[in-house]
Design a protein around this ligand. Structure first.
Ligand SMILES: *[C@@H]1O[C@H](CO)[C@@H](O)[C@H](O)[C@H]1NC(C)=O
Ligand SMILES: *[C@@H]1O[C@H](CO)[C@@H](O)[C@H](O)[C@H]1NC(C)=O
Ligand SMILES: *[C@@H]1O[C@H](CO)[C@@H](O)[C@H](O)[C@H]1NC(C)=O
Length: 411
């Protein structure tokens, strides 16, 4: 009886998933935090400080370097854009030195480029970096964001009581809805619960938020990235049911192009974020990024997997000789059978590319006539063109790297 009630409740929540028409696929774009943090001294760091200049320069590069064409459309200002005080009418205002033309002017510039515009605030009394939070001003702030033409808002959870999150994020979401402007609503509240060992209510989150930061922030290192994927693997049964068009789990920003990941590790992040149906939010100096890293970010086949219309979050299916095998059902469906994206990710650190032999049935694929194979990072390599499900095939995976395939059923 108990179980039955629980199931019914889940179905009802699911049916009520947030219906604001946006984020039907995981949001793609650029967000300032991971790379630029809270650099506010524009005399010392003129090219890196959180400022109008940084965002206009990034908007220009997103367009001229092909990121927008590839799908990266949201340009999102994270923390540290505010004045320390609200204006005389109690409204949020940007730092006047770093944003001399105001937010609406910057937003217009970004929109004129064909991009969408995102911002950051915090549910509590302060943002994590100590700027004014929205608590006590939820309605006026929702209206301000809509007037500024904001298309995406990330609401962090610093300086707030854990027991207020549910009602507070719900209320702010209601004010966003009342503005009439479709705004992607990113909620950081689960990260504060899960990081202290409390399970978040994802059924409810999927009803009020378009995406949610599940766990700790990513830092610019392989160790940080791999801790996050470990956590997503371990907790996948709780998370996967609540990912889908309009509502996504968020393992945090892409590190690709910065200091902490090797090239192989960068491929690993791109592949696993595609498997996880994760938002693809770059956080990198687009004027300084290396060409190989740029190629990884612009890999259209992998972006297509991330953006797959079914919106099913993939999972860690098994680990063989310390090589993790992650798999995600995707389009096209052929003769009633899904295609799959499958990533072989090495957790090994012992030198040479390690070879494992598996069959498609070993990785859960069962279409009797077999599958067409695409190697997504090296499409012209000597992989077999097609595979029967019982045929052995050998995959060599570099230490901390990935080999990433798409398998399409043969009709
Ligand atoms: C507001 O919520 C209603 C009910 O879910 C929905 O139909 C509508 O599209 C929402 N509007 C916006 C702007 O989010
Ligand atoms: C504000 O935006 C308009 C239109 O993009 C632009 O012409 C104007 O120069 C901007 N104002 C300032 C002070 O930059
Ligand atoms: C798959 O469907 C096609 C027609 O859509 C049919 O010709 C073919 O026999 C089917 N193959 C299998 C293995 O069922």
């Amino acid at each position: 009886m108990f179980f039955h009630l629980f199931t019914v409740a889940c179905l009802i929540f699911y049916a009520n998933a947030l219906d604001n028409g946006v984020a039907r696929t995981p949001p793609m774009g650029w967000m300032s935090w991971q790379r630029f943090r809270c650099l506010t001294d524009c005399n010392l760091y003129p090219d890196e400080c959180i400022s109008d200049r940084l965002f206009r320069r990034t908007a220009d590069l997103m367009v001229s370097e092909g990121y927008l064409d590839a799908g990266y459309e949201y340009l999102i200002i994270d923390d540290c854009w505010l004045e320390k005080e609200r204006d005389e009418n109690g409204r949020l205002q940007p730092d006047h030195i770093r944003f001399p033309y105001g937010i609406k002017n910057l937003s217009d510039y970004i929109h004129a480029k064909g991009l969408k515009f995102g911002m950051y605030e915090d549910y509590g009394t302060f943002t994590c970096a100590g700027y004014p939070g929205i608590l006590g001003h939820l309605e006026v702030d929702a209206n301000t964001f809509a007037e500024w033409g904001v298309d995406y808002i990330k609401i962090d959870g610093c300086y707030a009581n854990v027991e207020d999150y549910e009602a507070g994020y719900t209320e702010f979401g209601m004010y966003l809805n009342r503005t009439g402007r479709p705004i992607v609503y990113s909620c950081s509240w689960p990260a504060y619960l899960e990081s202290s060992g409390t399970y978040a209510n994802y059924a409810y989150l999927s009803e009020i938020c378009n995406l949610w930061r599940n766990w700790g922030d990513i830092q610019d290192s392989y160790g940080s990235m791999s801790k996050i994927t470990d956590w997503f693997g371990k907790n996948q049964d709780r998370l996967i049911p609540y990912a889908g068009p309009g509502h996504w789990n968020d393992p945090d920003m892409l590190l690709i192009g910065n200091y902490g990941l090797s090239l192989e590790q960068s491929k690993t992040q791109m592949a696993l974020w595609a498997i996880l149906a994760a938002p693809l939010l770059m956080s990198v100096d687009l004027g300084a990024i290396g060409s190989e890293e740029k190629t990884i970010l612009l890999n259209r086949d992998i972006i297509a997997i991330n953006q797959d219309a079914l919106g099913i979050q993939g999972r860690l299916i098994k680990t063989v000789a310390n090589i993790q095998i992650w798999s995600r059902p995707i389009m096209p469906i052929v003769n009633g059978t899904h295609s799959y994206a499958v990533a072989y990710y090495s957790k090994r650190d012992d030198g040479h590319p390690y070879a494992i032999t598996t069959t498609l049935s070993d990785v859960g694929l069962s279409h009797q006539s077999g599958y067409l194979v695409t190697n997504l990072f090296e499409p012209v390599l000597q992989e077999p063109q097609s595979l029967k499900i019982s045929e052995d095939f050998i995959v060599r995976v570099k230490p901390s790297g990935v080999v990433f395939f798409k398998f399409t059923p043969i009709p």
